[in-house]
Design a protein around this ligand. Structure first.
Ligand SMILES: NC(=O)c1ccc[n+]([C@@H]2O[C@H](COP(=O)([O-])OP(=O)(O)OC[C@H]3O[C@@H](n4cnc5c(N)ncnc54)[C@H](OP(=O)(O)O)[C@@H]3O)[C@@H](O)[C@H]2O)c1
Length: 281
């Protein structure tokens, strides 16, 4: 295993198969933190046009036919859509994939058992579920080991994703729920921020000021929960003075069934992730 400084053993590379939204997000994060040097990374996309675009914007090597590049890889991050995994597995089988190369899949819904049977090689898979705030070093990722994964494999994955935010090691059966909660989560937060900024405009604030107030309030509230370890309900009590305006606002949110709406949203997203995984043939 690599030493405490380098993520990769000498001469090894980190490959990113599928440099789309998430692939690029992770590459940017890893480069910014210095965990991997530019020369140690290569990436691939389906079309030459997107390979060229990624090479230009991130300053890394990109290859459309990655069979040769795979031979140097110590770690491969697989960031394609679930429907594209069979083509990727076929390509990896035709390449010089080293048996000790660690494969990390960020695919929603596709189990490690499915990944192992598609590839049909002895390589270890680790599943990871990151989210887009990885690009600003504030991601939330959960990682889970597949067949034959060791604490060292999980530690390696944890190092990668901890470099771009927080990372939790979980049992694989939680992955779909995590995808629906924190993988999709930024979209829920953005919707809430947009709605609250609209609310600010409704009560007379400039839109840019309203959005800044909302975004920083969300950031600060999240920090309070993470840093103090206090329950959100207890922190909320600190804001609600008797007969004050906050309790009035909170009661309106409860009248609108905000808790059950949020729970149903995550429940629906979980159901769809399960379907996506089953469709990944
Ligand atoms: N978006 C999120 O917030 C998020 C969060 C957590 C996990 N995920 C997971 O991340 C994965 C990628 O999502 P995304 O939003 O990043 O998708 P995306 O933007 O569509 O990126 C997919 C990438 O895969 C490339 N690709 C397609 N077929 C390929 C093949 N056969 N070989 C190599 N590369 C291929 C595409 O290339 P072209 O551009 O040339 O078509 C593109 O670069 C999904 O499995 C998703 O479940 C996404």
């Amino acid at each position: 295993m690599p030493d405490s400084v380098s993520l990769l053993e000498p001469g090894r590379t980190l490959g990113v198969v599928g440099a789309g939204v998430m692939g690029q997000t992770l590459i940017k994060g890893l480069l910014d933190t210095g965990l991997v040097a530019r020369r140690q990374i290569w990436a691939t996309s389906k079309t030459q046009a997107s390979c060229d675009e990624v090479a230009e914007s991130l300053g890394i090597a990109t290859v459309r036919d990655y069979r040769e590049a795979v031979g140097t890889a110590g770690i491969i991050l697989v960031c394609v859509k679930p429907a594209q995994i069979a083509a990727v597995a076929a390509m990896l089988r035709q390449s010089q994939l080293r048996p000790d190369a660690l494969l990390i899949s960020i695919l929603a819904g596709v189990s490690s058992e499915r990944l192992e049977s598609l590839l049909d090689l002895p390589n270890v898979w680790v599943r990871a579920m990151p989210n887009t705030p990885c690009v600003v070093g504030q991601g939330m990722t959960a990682v889970a080991g597949g067949r034959g994964s060791s604490p060292d494999h999980l530690a390696l994955a944890e190092r990668i994703f901890s470099s771009v935010g927080r990372c939790a090691v979980v049992e694989e059966h939680y992955c779909n729920a995590i995808t629906a909660l924190s993988g999709s989560g930024p979209a829920y937060m953005y919707l809430m921020m947009e709605a609250l900024a609209d609310a600010g405009v409704r009560v007379g604030l400039r839109r840019d000021l309203a959005l800044e107030l909302v975004a920083q309030t969300m950031l600060g509230s999240a920090r309070m929960v993470l840093d103090t370890g206090r329950h959100p309900a207890s922190l909320r009590d600190d804001v609600t003075t008797p007969a004050g305006c906050t309790i009035g606002g909170l009661l309106m949110l409860e009248d609108g069934k905000i808790r059950s709406v949020l729970a149903r949203a995550v429940e629906e997203a979980t159901r769809i992730v399960e379907q996506l995984g089953r469709a990944a043939k």
